[in-house]
Design a protein around this ligand. Structure first.
Ligand code: FAD
Ligand code: NAI
Length: 492
């Protein structure tokens, strides 16, 4: 790649092409994307060593092309990869040769009942808008799943009864333990009267760019996954005049979904919405478009369901004829240089499964932050490989760090925040002030391995350092979380 013009075909990832374009100003960098708009990371802020905050902005592809003259954007989905011939085929019937390729096609929602028109998934702007449209007419919906999307929806939806069906004992299992879940549940059950804390990040949609380009994107292609504060620009309001009306069904899954006519024949009896603070407005005899039977035997009628049940890496367009090694979660396995098992093909973001020996306090989660870091690092790896110098693993993979917002609280997750993989050989320390903050640290052999910080705790930087430097904290005992001790001064 050093001499003369060579081509790098990059299959989407907003961070990656620009990083490559800077590293290789004389090369052609081609971004092939099924999405009519490019999502760009803007206002990037390094909050601490590994914690990052940024905005996500939808931009027309011309913004990228104008800024980096050696980037060309092709708006067409990839339908086939021929790895041995080093070329891809796009839906517009064209063939594109590559020297190095990075696959960044994200993930797809893993729906509980694929193809059922009453089961919605939320992934991209179009699916979120469809959900919003349906919600405006819905008296009652069911949300299935207990991760990021479900947590955000149950808090944001107003004016509609919500049955939240979760497999676990407590809410938010992908992010929280039972203690944190209890702290948050009280907020969920109360009126949503408070002012929202200012979103730290916002999605700006360039509607013009989107509309103009929509026709070019095929209907079955997924768009870019929504990012932080995705619901900020959507009014998630049903037709009724109340804020929260939520009923949680724990330790259950969906057994069967019946259409109205099918259900009538069964002669089974649906349950009424449990009355919470007299907010319920639906009648016991209401007829619903769908009825959902849960594995705990309960049946509820509703207008539609949201399946917020995780994602599956979007590898399908690239598999035919290519013998990729896949991870247990179905992602393209990548090594510590972001290389897949096939020559000259890299992968980053939700599509890949990290298969290097991770740091003891890092794990892969399919998040914007990690997609950005992987895209950035993959570009460095591709550039380094072209120059013949492998590089050291990026520092951002030393410690898992995620900052987000749930139930209007700032939430910071660090390291093995839920004692993932630590077995029973760990201790937890807690500090909780109801309605204000919840702090949990995970300790092992006197060392801090992880932390959950909910609320404005101001402890993230100190804890990040304590996890990274693995200092023996045994002698500090409970002082670590004593609110009367300024912990930052303590460790200066
Ligand atoms: C509702 C929602 C809320 C979220 N909130 C947060 C949050 O608050 N914080 C956070 O950290 N993470 C959040 N995430 C997760 C985050 O959005 C993803 O982890 C991240 O976007 C993954 O980035 P990616 O580049 O790997 O994939 P994506 O952003 O999904 O991008 C994949 C791109 O590939 C394109 N593509 C797909 N197939 C093809 C093909 N065959 N040919 C060409 N192009 C193709 C798509 O059009 C898309 O542009 C959220 C996700 C969702 C769904
Ligand atoms: N603020 C944030 O950081 C947010 C992050 N995200 C990310 O977006 C992606 C998609 O979000 P989610 O769909 O919420 O995925 P998720 O991985 O966060 O949660 C999936 C949930 O579905 C449950 N589940 C799986 N199969 C099920 C089944 N058959 N029946 C019932 N429950 C089932 C799991 O137990 C888990 O609780 C994830 O990668 C998530 O991390 C999404 C929203 C907000």
């Amino acid at each position: 790649m050093r001499n003369g013009k060579q081509r790098s075909r990059i299959q989407n990832e907003r961070v990656l092409p620009s990083k490559l374009a800077v590293n290789f100003p004389t090369e052609d960098i081609v971004l092939v994307t099924a999405s009519p708009v490019i999502k760009a990371v803007t206002n990037f802020k390094q909050v601490s060593k590994v914690l990052e905050e940024f905005d996500v902005e939808e931009q027309p592809s011309t913004v990228l092309e104008n800024r980096f003259p050696n980037i060309k954007v092709i708006e067409s989905g990839v339908k086939q990869l021929k790895s041995e011939e080093h070329c891809i085929f796009t839906e517009d019937g064209r063939q594109h040769a590559y020297r190095k390729l990075c696959l960044c096609a994200g993930a797809k929602p893993k729906l509980i009942c694929e193809g059922n028109p009453y089961v919605l998934g939320i992934r991209d702007t179009d699916s979120a808008q469809e959900f919003q449209k349906q919600l405006t007419k819905a008296k009652r919906i069911m949300i299935v799943g207990n991760g990021g999307i479900a947590l955000e929806l149950v808090y944001e939806i107003e004016g509609c009864e919500v049955i939240w069906a979760i497999k676990d004992k407590a809410i938010g299992n992908t992010f929280f333990d039972a203690g944190a879940a209890e702290f948050l549940t009280s907020k969920l059950m109360s009126e949503k009267s408070e002012a929202k804390i200012a979103p730290k990040r916002t999605i700006y949609t360039i509607e013009g760019a989107r509309k103009e380009n929509r026709s070019k994107a095929k209907a079955d292609n997924v768009g870019s996954a929504l990012g932080p504060d995705w619901h900020g620009g959507l009014d998630l309001k049903g037709p009724q005049e109340f804020s929260h009306s939520i009923h949680i069904e724990t330790r259950c899954e969906v057994k069967k979904i019946y259409l109205q006519e099918e259900f009538k024949i069964t002669k089974k009896k649906p349950l009424a919405f449990p009355k919470h603070q007299d907010k319920s407005v639906t009648l016991d005899k209401e007829m619903w478009p769908v009825y959902v039977e849960l594995t705990n035997g309960k049946i509820y009628g509703c207008d539609f369901l949201v399946s917020a049940t995780g994602v599956t890496p979007n590898v399908q367009p690239f598999l035919h004829g290519n013998n990729f090694d896949l991870g247990e979660d179905g992602g393209l396995k990548v090594d510590d240089q972001m290389r897949t098992s096939l020559p000259d093909i890299y992968a980053a973001g939700d599509i890949c499964t990290a298969c290097w020996q991770p740091s003891p306090v890092w794990q892969q989660m399919r998040l914007w932050t990690q997609a950005r870091q992987m895209g950035w690092y993959a570009a460095k790896c591709m550039a380094a490989a072209s120059l013949g110098h492998p590089i050291d693993m990026d520092f951002s993979f030393e410690l898992f760090a995620h900052v987000t917002k749930f139930f209007n609280y700032k939430v910071v997750l660090l390291g093995k925040y839920n004692a993932q993989g630590l077995g029973s050989d760990h201790e937890l320390m807690l500090r909780c002030t109801r309605g204000q903050e919840y702090i949990k640290v995970v300790m092992q052999n006197g060392r801090m391995m992880g932390a959950v910080l909910i609320g404005e705790t101001d402890l993230e930087e100190t804890f990040e350092n304590l996890i990274l430097n693995q200092m023996d904290l045994s002698s500090y005992g409970e002082d670590l979380l004593d609110p009367n001790i300024d912990i930052e001064d303590y460790f200066d």
